[in-house]
Each structure stands twice: as C-alpha cells, then as structure tokens.
Design a protein around this ligand. Structure first.
Ligand SMILES: CC(C)(COP(=O)(O)OP(=O)(O)OC[C@H]1O[C@@H](n2cnc3c(N)ncnc32)[C@H](O)[C@@H]1OP(=O)(O)O)[C@@H](O)C(=O)NCCC(=O)NCCS
Length: 512
C-alpha cells in the first residue's frame, strides 16, 4: 500500500516535467516573455500545456507531503534549460521592440549619405554660395518688385475691411457686398500675375514668394468674408437681441496674469483685429482665437535658432546636391535615354525628399510655432501624424492642417450642403488645390505646363488605388513612395522645360 502511494506522486511529477507546465509557471515569474504568451494565447503549445498542468493539478495528492513534492519540482526545474517559446522574429512571439533596428537604419542612412556627401564634394567642390541666394530674389539691386508687390497687398486688405464695415451697417446689400468681395478677391489673384509677367526685373524666386503671399491673402480674406457673413446671418436670426451683439470688451482674468477680450460682431471689424488674423498662422478667421498666455523666451529662441539653421541647411543642400544632379539630368532628357532618365530620377529623389522633409519641419514646426508664440496664438495644431498615413486620404487630412481646415470649412462643406456628392466635392477641392499649385509654379517661371496640376489631380486615382488594394504597412509604404518619387518627376519636368525654353539654343540660332 505504501509502495502504491509512493508511486503516484512520482508519475504525476514526470508528467508535469514532460509537459513543462510547472516550469512554465516558474519561468513566467522570471521572464515576461512566457507570461506574455499566456496572456495573449499566442501559441497553441502554451495553451495545451496550461490545460495539462491544470488537469494534473486537479488530481488528488495522495502520496508524499506537498513540501517534499515542491522540493523535487525545484530540483527538476534546476536541470531544465528549455521551455516552449517562439523565435523573436516570428509574429507569434508578440515581440515588437525594434528600437535597435531603427537605430541601425539611421546609422546606415548617415553612413551612406556621408559617402555621397564626400563624393559630391570631391566631384564638384564647394558650391554653397549665400550671395547667389540674394541674386535669386533680386536681378537689379535698385528694383525690388516682389517686396513692392507684397506691400501693395495692404490695399486689398483694407478694401475687404471697408466692404465688411459697409455690410455690417446695411449700407450695401448682401448681393452688392458679394460682388465687391468677388471683385476684390479676383484682383488678389490676377494683379500679382500681371506684375510677375510684365515686370522684367521680377525673378522666378521673387515671383514664387510674392504669389505665395497673395495666395495666402486670398484664402484668408475669403475666410474673413464668409465668417462675417455667418455672423450677420446669426445677428438677423437674433434680430430682437441686436443691441447685445454690439462690440463690448469683456475682461476675463485668466490665471491672474492675462486679460483676454471677448469680441462680438461687428466689434471685430477693426484694423487691429484684421491684421492680427493676417499675420496669425491660420487661414480660417475667427472672432475670438484661442490665445496662449505669455511668451516663453526659451521656446521662442529655440524656434528662431531652428529657423535660421534649417534655412541655411536647405539653401546649402539645394546648391550643393540638387542643382548639380538636375544639371546632370539634362543630357539623358535630350537624348531621351529612358534608363538614364530613371537613374537620374532616383538619384534626385534622395536630396529632393530630404529637402522636402527639412522644409516641412522648418515651415510647419519651427516657423509657425515661432509666429504663433510671438502672437500668442493658441492653436498650434499645424500638422498631425501624416508620416503614419496608410492611405493617401489620411495624408491629405493630416499633413497641412491650415489648408485642410480651410478646404473643409470654406469649400468642401459648403459644396456638400448644396447636395453635391462626396466624391464630386472631393474632386472639386483637389481641382482647386491643383489650380493653386500650378499658379504658384507656372506664373513665376512664365511657362505654362500642367505638371503640378496633374500631380495634384493624380492624387484622386492614387487615393482610390491605395485605399482599395493596400492596407497597413503596404499602404504606408505606397504613400511614402508616391512622395519620394512623385515630386522629383514634377521637378525634373519643370527644370527640363525651363532649360529648353531659356538656355538651349534653337537650331536656327545655332546655325546663325
Ligand atoms: C478633400 C478633403 C477636404 C476631404 O477631406 P476628408 O477629411 O477626407 O473629408 P470627409 O468626407 O472625411 O469629411 C470632412 C468633414 O466634412 C463633414 N462631412 C462629410 N460629409 C458631409 C455632409 N454630407 N454634409 C456636411 N458635412 C459633411 C465630416 O463630418 C467632416 O467634418 P469634421 O471635419 O468636422 O469632422 C481633403 O482631402 C483635403 O483637404 N484635400 C486637399 C488638401 C490639399 O490640397 N492640401 C494642400 C496642401 S499643400
């Protein structure tokens, strides 16, 4: 009888050892990995073992005392060096810490680019020349057409304010107001075009800068017109409480040290209010913008330093890396040597993409935060996590928030409200965006080619394709590829055409 009783715990222990159940429990305390498997039920082995251990544990202990059994189990555990587990790179392992691999990517990127950098220096010497940047904006030191054009834009701002003041007191009807605004906004788009095309001392870089300022002004004044109209509609709806909607500053003490004025329509129709909006880093007008409380000197200095540093870096990279690569691409284009064209395109893709990324940080983070901090503008959401985009749609919703917000508020939703389908409304937004992209490139280059327009419009079929056929990381890779490859195609097209138009001798000229 005693023998029988002694055998039972032995066989029980053996079974436990084979299944590895007790070691699983012990090890799960030691390392998080097995515990993780248990939690997630990632492996069938683990589940089977767990069940087995549980079954074994339910059997009545009829042999040696529990103390002695525990001692035996510990001894077996000490002999054991294997346990059920997956390889780290198997998806079943649940492992996700690839920080080291990411660092490796960065190291490889730096090393390979350092080689490229050295090769570039050996081949071309130092091409960076800050004086040349000035000549990009100024042909004649006594003629500053781009700056003059920007100063003239104040006229359109004042006209918009004047029209709104007249509308607010009912001096002009809504219809007349609409026509006046329409004329003013049309002039904002047409006047700089005429100046850029007719003034010979206007350089392409100066033209891009002036037109960008005018485009921003157009979007801002459009928003200003819309919001004031909405305010009038609300005022009419609350006609009986008209007196309460007159301007009166209401002071609120925030945290004891900042005073904010609450403005109501038509109290907002003042030079100070409009110019605050013109300089604020947003395209959407509001009567009461969220304001941050006070300047933080360190934050301002850091952003200023970044702005100065990254603009130098951008200029340096363009002069040293982009320009020679573009110049070397002209011959394959002339010979229509397709394999060399693709090679040049891929070569250009690297500096172009790097410059674009630096531009993104310089503009959307450093510069916009700097201006926002200076103006105590509280809404700092200038971009969202577009780099995680798994669809093209997500990218356009998140990369340029000021433009996206404007599109939604002043174009997309008003079109949808008229009963237009979503697809048609989205196409209309992309059409408008394509127009402005083309406007900013073709006019300053004085060369009308549809590459930027087509690039923007191609986003619609691309968005459909990526959304329909690609998911997760594949979708994200597709978005990155479209950004990395798409832009240099457009850049090469424009540069090639510009080169042909301006620098290449015509056959007749050559013969002469
Ligand atoms: C076209 C575009 C505006 C579509 O934006 P989207 O976010 O995909 O559009 P959605 O259909 O998801 O809806 C957006 C908004 O409209 C609202 N909406 C959708 N259908 C609506 C309807 N029938 N009626 C009223 N509102 C509607 C949604 O509720 C949403 O509102 P919310 O922003 O308050 O949440 C966007 O892709 C875009 O901005 N494209 C151009 C970007 C661009 O050119 N940028 C230039 C950068 S250089």
């Amino acid at each position: 009888m005693g023998d029988k009783l002694e055998k039972v715990p032995f066989s029980r222990k053996r079974r436990t050892t084979i299944s590895g159940g007790s070691s699983l429990k012990t090890n799960s305390k030691k390392s998080g990995c097995v515990e993780n498997n248990d939690d997630n039920n990632t492996t069938t082995h683990t589940i089977i073992n767990k069940t087995h251990v549980e079954k074994t544990a339910q059997q009545p202990v009829t042999g040696k005392p529990a103390k002695e059994k525990g001692r035996h189990e510990t001894l077996y555990d000490k002999l054991r060096c294997h346990r059920l587990q997956e390889s780290l790179l198997s998806s079943a392992s649940g492992y996700s810490n690839y920080r080291g691999i990411l660092n490796w990517c960065v190291v490889m990127l730096v090393l390979s680019n350092a080689r490229l950098f050295l090769e570039n220096l050996i081949k071309y010497g130092i091409l960076v020349d800050p004086i040349q940047v000035v000549s990009l904006f100024l042909k004649d030191p006594y003629s500053w057409p781009a700056l003059c054009l920007i100063l003239v834009s104040n006229v359109f701002i004042l006209v918009a304010l004047y029209i709104e003041k007249r509308l607010s007191v009912g001096f002009v009807s809504e219809r007349v107001g609409f026509l006046l605004h329409f004329f003013n906004l049309s002039m904002i788009l047409c006047f700089p075009v005429a100046v850029v095309l007719l003034v010979s001392s206007m350089t392409p870089a100066g033209g891009v800068f002036a037109l960008a300022v005018y485009t921003i002004l157009f979007l801002k004044l459009y928003s200003y017109k819309d919001v004031n109209k909405w305010c009038r509609e609300i005022r009419q709806a609350k006609a009986r409480t008209l007196a309460r909607s007159q301007s009166f500053p209401m002071s609120h003490k925030a945290n004891g040290d900042a005073v904010q004025a609450h403005v109501t329509y038509p109290g907002n129709l003042k030079h100070r209010d409009l110019y605050y909006f013109i300089f604020a880093p947003t395209l959407c007008y509001e009567l009461n913008f969220p304001r941050s409380l006070k300047h933080t000197g360190r934050f301002l200095l850091r952003r200023l330093f970044e702005m100065l540093f990254f603009i130098q870096l951008l200029v340096g990279l363009i002069q040293q890396w982009m320009v020679p690569t573009i110049q070397n691409s002209m011959k394959p284009f002339q010979d229509m040597d397709y394999s060399r064209i693709i090679e040049r395109l891929l070569k250009l893709a690297v500096p172009n993409h790097l410059i674009w990324l630096i531009f993104f940080y310089w503009f959307f983070h450093s510069s916009m935060n700097f201006v926002a901090e200076l103006m105590q503008f509280g809404d700092r959401e200038f971009y969202r996590d577009w780099w995680n985009s798994e669809t093209v749609t997500y990218f356009w919703q998140n990369w340029n928030i000021p433009v996206h917000k404007w599109c939604i508020r002043h174009f997309y939703k008003p079109i949808l409200k008229r009963g237009t389908s979503k697809w048609a409304a989205q196409t209309a937004v992309f059409l408008a965006s394509a127009f402005f992209h083309e406007y900013l490139v073709s006019v300053p280059l004085k060369m009308f080619r549809p590459w930027a327009f087509m690039g923007m419009m191609s986003q619609i079929p691309l968005a459909w394709f990526v959304g329909r056929f690609l998911r997760g990381n594949y979708g994200n890779a597709a978005v990155w590829i479209s950004l990395i490859i798409g832009q240099p195609i457009a850049v090469l097209m424009y540069v090639h055409d510009y080169y042909i138009m301006n620098y290449e001798e015509t056959p007749a000229a050559g013969m002469a």
